[in-house]
Design a protein around this ligand. Structure first.
Ligand SMILES: [Ca+2]
Length: 397
């Protein structure tokens, strides 16, 4: 074997290795941003990469949606979708979009603000009641996360009997970190997730504010019965010390799980327990966008909870759902999470409340803003773009 041939073979083999690595999922190959941090518990980050199976068939149900943010399915199989600039529409299963539904309160649609999540009543078939979250203008440059409810008229053109059931205190002059997912727990109480508003981040630790919290309210407004008693705390608070939670779902056992946007290298999966402190901004994985440490740079402290799992680098999480459908039997019990910057549908396998594996699907095919599981077991994602879309994912073949 000549030296030139050996070199050619070595180069060829290296190229082969590179192309093989590029076709496999290599999202754990990137180094962490905060290289000196280590997880508090085994398996808390970088779970084993599992194959992205099965292959998916991707079908655009409807496009032309401007920055869609939240989606829920109605009993007749159609979809109620929010668009961040302030519109809510019905999309039929065959992709016809209604005119914007009339009667919604004004939203502050600047930067990350606007019309956000939507969820329909468990008894929507008879009550036609809907809840939605939004950035509420409060005068001057100030705004706040708010939640309203209304009854969708029989022709689905108008929201009637509208009332605002939650208004975040205090209002803040900021265009960021509004939260705000809405999920009902098994008792009928409504969880509302919020953010630190990307300004006074210490307010996430201040139980006298609604900023950076998981809140649990009654569907007609006010603190829900059974909330934890927190010394000097507002009665709506379920848990605190959160940065910006845009993903929330109820597990098959009835427990709330959330995913929050962390700083650079600090997205977190949590299972928020009543009255507990999840640490932001005192403890956090990751670092400032500048590369500086968050506060003292510590990742653990007595009296503050560890995340179940964290991502460094981040996925930039959006909506999430537990999979319990019929079309993907191997996915049952998995957690599906939308990724914005990661432009992926992230699947986590869970065992005894811990993450055991991670797979990513649809990478690079748009910022995933929300995830839902349809009644037929297909997975529905919202692609957040100027020309955004409602997409159905089913097994291919
Ligand atoms: Ca935390």
């Amino acid at each position: 074997m000549t030296l030139a041939f050996r070199r050619a073979l070595a180069v060829g083999f290296a190229l082969f290795a590179v192309s093989a690595a590029a076709t496999a999922q290599d999202f754990n190959a990137a180094p962490p941003n905060a290289e000196r941090q280590s997880p508090a518990i085994a398996g808390q980050t970088r779970a084993p990469v599992i194959p992205a199976e099965p292959a998916l068939r991707r079908e655009v149900i409807a496009d032309g949606l401007r920055h869609p943010w939240g989606v829920d399915q109605l009993p007749d199989g159609s979809w109620i979708v929010t668009e961040r600039p302030g519109r809510m529409r019905i999309v039929t299963p065959d992709g016809r979009k209604s005119r914007p539904i009339d009667g919604l309160p004004e939203v502050d649609a600047r930067r990350q603000g606007g019309l956000l999540d939507v969820t329909v009543a468990p008894d929507f078939a008879t009550s036609r009641r809907v809840w939605w979250s939004y950035a509420e203008p409060r005068g001057g440059r100030e705004n706040a996360t708010a939640v309203a409810t209304g009854v969708l008229s029989p022709d689905a053109r108008r929201m009637e009997d509208v009332s605002v059931i939650f208004q975040q205190q205090p209002a803040v002059a900021s265009g960021a970190h509004f939260g705000s997912r809405l999920v009902f727990d098994p008792t009928g109480a409504l969880f509302v997730t919020t953010g630190d508003r990307y300004g006074p981040r210490e307010s996430a630790q201040d139980v006298g504010t609604h900023l950076g919290k998981v809140l649990r309210i009654s569907p007609g407004g006010g603190a829900a019965p059974g909330n934890p008693r927190i010394s000097r705390g507002l009665p709506e608070i379920w848990s605190y010390g959160h940065r910006n939670i845009q993903a929330a779902a109820i597990a098959p056992d009835g427990a709330l799980w959330t995913v929050e946007h962390g700083p650079k290298g600090g997205d977190e999966l949590n299972r928020p327990q009543p009255g507990r402190n999840y640490g932001w901004p005192v403890i956090s994985y990751g670092e400032e966008y500048s590369g500086q440490p968050i506060g003292s740079g510590s990742t653990a402290r007595e009296g503050m909870e560890q995340p179940v799992y964290y991502w460094d680098p981040v996925i930039a999480p959006s909506g999430m759902a537990f999979y319990d459908g019929a079309l993907f039997p191997d996915w049952r019990g998995s957690l599906l999470i939308g990724g914005l910057a990661s432009q992926a549908l992230v699947r986590l396998t869970l065992e005894d409340g811990r993450v055991t594996g991670e797979a990513r699907y649809q990478e690079g095919r748009g910022r995933v803003r929300d995830v839902d599981v349809a009644a037929d077991g297909s997975v529905i994602i919202l692609i957040d773009a100027n020309n955004g879309s409602l997409v159905r994912l089913t097994p291919d073949g």
